[in-house]
Design a protein around this ligand. Sequence first.
Ligand SMILES: *Cc1c(COP(=O)(O)O)cnc(C)c1O
Length: 350
Amino acid sequence: MKNPDFSKLARKNVRDLEPYQAKNIRCSVKLDANESPYAFVPPKKVMDKVARTALNRYPDPEAGKLKAAIARKIGVDTDALLVGNGSDELIYYLIISFGGPVLYPVPTFSMYGIIAQALGQRHKGIPLDRDFDLDVDKMADYIKKFKPKLIFLSSPNNPTGNCFSSDRILRIIDMADGIVVLDEAYQPFSSKKGFLPMLKDYKHLAILRTLSKIGLASLRVGYLAADNELLREVDKVRLPFNLNGLSQAVAEEALRGSSLHNLIKTVIAERKRLYEELLNIHGVRPYPSEANFILFKVHDADAVCKKLLGHGVLVRNMNTASKGALRVTVGTHEENGLFLRALKKTMGGK
Ligand SMILES: *Cc1c(COP(=O)(O)O)cnc(C)c1O
């Protein structure tokens, strides 16, 4: 039998990658992946409709009904929308379509860099300033010199939780020759309005949204709102039936109802409590958040992360992205209580 060294067979840029760490780690309180703690339970009417989905047929390749529901919800035309198997897939498609250089601030959502690397495209992360805001001068230097085709800005930013200041985002949009993708995965949790209304003013602005953080992570539904001609290029590389029929049917109905909205309000209220409680724990520095998670810093993040898991609580270790940082997702009232108790014990040295 032949015994090839597959790592040598892989393209060089793939060889240098590590698989994305999305493993199932056993825990009783899961607060590591920014999911909603509340499952959206589809009403019977929806399940009946899903049950009628013809599983022998390919799904609607254009996801027409889902697009119509999204368009109604956010107030854009259906031809200004493209849906993806999660917004991750749309990031992939954007980079396949337009290529690099790809520019983004760091720390931020890691997939911009990972996907650019996987596709062999030049990519650059520019450190955020001390307040976790955009360092516009440094980004401007890079933009002038390398003319990035794509600039990704996650606002609210994952993992820092803050929105970048609007005037800095606008300055980046104004100076960019390529496309600025504003990733608004966490916008529903933010007090800021977001940039959808700006789409009509900027042809090179694209906005990414997802249903993953507001209760439907399992469906894998994300969407890109942008100029129709921009989307036309992205649509050329889209796989024909990228969003399955069951997800299309459930997402369409979920967007029609109001239950997603109510659950978001509960998460925002719990975020406030969690932040205030974290402020009171000695040796813990939480950062204000406009998202469904809170970044906090401790002296020894690796040790604290491990001890929390010993208490059954899983948070995300962000130590390599930002020294001393851990990221906790806002859970249910009870889950947050368990997390806080475990953290107090950990920080008290017990
Ligand atoms: C979670 C996340 C995504 C990915 O969302 P999916 O729609 O589940 O692929 C995209 N951007 C940011 C900033 C995220 O945190």
